[in-house]
Design a binder for this molecule. Structure first.
Ligand code: SF4
Length: 500
């Protein structure tokens, strides 16, 4: 196991990690390939071919926009969301594209960006991934300078066709990262943690320090923007500061979502609801004992409304499921850490204790997310929404138990319960937009995570089904699911609801 927390939680833009963030990164990587092979100055035309789910729901998910931005040299974590519309308008009006920000070429979108809606990437030998993209660069005479194929495998992760094949043929051979506590399963996690007398959060922190300290591993980590925390020297403190910087981006996203009203883009005329619900809770919530649950819904929906609007979000583990983790983090900070414990009458936590709990939450949630990423899938196009909101729910449930000082066994149990009751969940977004059912589904996933955490905290951790078994079941169920229920908008709600 060698995925980093900072690869699972990445700053990007909405509305989709697999259909927006991934394609944008793939386009940028293709431009970097052109630059490193010195082919860029000769490039006079680019053709992009989208296959499978990317072709079927790419317009609703902003894949076309993401590719134009990536080819222009923009990255999902650094592009200024306020500049995006102007950049795209310029490309489309001028019918030119500035490759990598330096090489201006003609770009005629209807013939240069092609959606192959009835085709997977044509691998003649065996089935390939549902999210395939081929980039081809031509010189002035029309000869091919360079071509590469990428798969957007969920959560904003991309692999080239060659990497995909190598990983499929020899999974272990492609791993070159060394960490002190490598784990391949939840069972490994529990066994190693017990033998080393570590919590899951401590174990992952040690692995993150090793990844940070290896100069050959390049992972983008957000930096804190406050003066006091600018340059922590201790690697553990650097990891903690970067996690808190991610949390800051999540909070900013939530605040924008709660503050903003109006209709979401895309043509479905879906109204933003987080703002009105928050106003209602501010007026009447103090009399309602279940108001904290409604606030969890507000936080989750606020983030996903921002995502649907193409705003700045953190994949957790995907964009479509980006609301669950921040909603539970807000729940912990506002309704758990700041209030006396009703069972033990212990006083509210100090700010330092609350921050420690929050860090345990993110580290533990990441460890669980890594298990899904490396043993199953976090791509709706591959395994349905159980791999997106289902995984986010499982991560959040385990993370919340850790924040509440539960045992490793209780963490594993909570993550298992949360996924067990998301099994079989399809991905059928109406109109190919990440709006219905996605926005509400994040609220439901967040509330379910609290329920799973509370159930596990009332037990010792002993249970029949293991997290490893439920992860394997999720993956098998996803593979057995008909592809029209996996981010194609060809079935389910997408088929039975008339767009208007
Ligand atoms: S239904 Fe779930 S998996 Fe599909 S786009 Fe929406 S959030 Fe993502």
């Amino acid at each position: 196991m060698n995925t980093s927390l900072f690869e699972l939680f990445k700053i990007g833009i909405g509305p989709s990690s697999s259909h927006t963030v991934g394609p944008m990164r793939a386009a940028l990587r293709f431009v970097h390939e052109l630059q490193s092979s010195a082919a860029l100055p000769a490039a006079m035309r680019i053709q992009i071919d989208l296959f499978g789910s990317l072709a079927l729901t790419g317009i609703g998910h902003g894949t076309d926009r993401a590719i134009l931005l990536g080819l222009s040299g923009e990255a999902p974590d650094t592009v200024d969301p306020a500049r995006i519309e102007d950049l795209l308008a310029h490309i489309r009006q001028s019918q030119t594209l500035c490759l990598g920000g330096s090489q201006e070429i003609p770009f005629h979108e209807p013939t240069d960006l092609l959606f192959h809606r009835n085709q997977m990437y044509p691998d003649p030998n065996r089935p390939s991934h549902p999210n395939g993209i081929r980039f081809t660069a031509f010189d002035a005479a029309g000869a091919i300078l360079h071509s590469d194929v990428f798969y957007s495998v969920g959560g904003g992760f991309i692999v080239s066709h060659a990497e995909f094949e190598a990983e499929r043929d020899a999974p272990a051979a492609t791993s070159s990262r060394t960490v002190p506590y490598p784990f391949r399963s939840a069972d490994d996690l529990l066994t190693i943690a017990a033998s080393q007398n570590l919590s899951i959060a401590e174990l992952l922190l040690a692995n993150e320090v090793a990844l940070l300290s290896d100069p050959n591993i390049k992972i983008s980590r957000p930096q804190p923007d406050t003066e006091a925390a600018t340059h922590p020297v201790n690697p553990e403190d650097q990891i903690r500061a970067s996690i808190l910087a991610l949390w800051q981006v999540m909070q900013q996203c939530t605040e924008r979502g709660v503050a903003t009203e109006g209709i979401l883009p895309g043509g479905l005329k879906v109204r933003r609801r987080a703002h009105r619900l928050a106003e209602r809770l501010n007026t009447f919530g103090s009399k309602d004992p279940l108001a904290p649950i409604d606030w969890v819904t507000v936080y989750a929906m606020a983030v996903n409304e921002e995502n649907a609007a193409g705003g700045r979000v953190v994949t957790a583990p995907t964009n479509g499921a980006a609301g669950v983790i921040p909603a539970i983090a807000h729940y912990y900070m506002r309704f758990v850490a700041k209030l006396p414990n009703p069972e033990t009458s212990a006083p509210a936590l100090s700010p330092q204790e609350a921050e420690s709990g929050l860090l345990r939450f993110f580290l533990t949630a990441a460890a669980i997310g890594i298990l899904y990423k490396e043993n199953a899938s976090i791509s709706g196009a591959e395994v349905g929404c159980q791999g997106e909101v289902g995984v986010a729910c499982s991560m959040a449930a385990g993370g919340l138990v850790a924040a509440l000082n539960g045992t490793n066994a209780q963490i594993e149990h909570a993550a298992e319960i949360a996924m067990e009751h998301n099994l079989g969940m399809t991905c059928d977004p109406i109109g190919g937009l990440v709006q219905i059912p996605c926005i509400e589904r994040n609220g439901m996933g967040a509330v379910k995570a609290i329920n799973a955490a509370r159930m596990a905290m009332h037990e010792s951790g002993d249970h029949k089904l293991s997290l490893d078994q439920v992860i394997a079941t999720m993956y098998q169920t996803g593979l057995d699911m008909q592809s029209r229920y996996k981010e194609t908008s060809l079935a389910g709600l997408a088929l039975n609801i008339i767009e208007c």
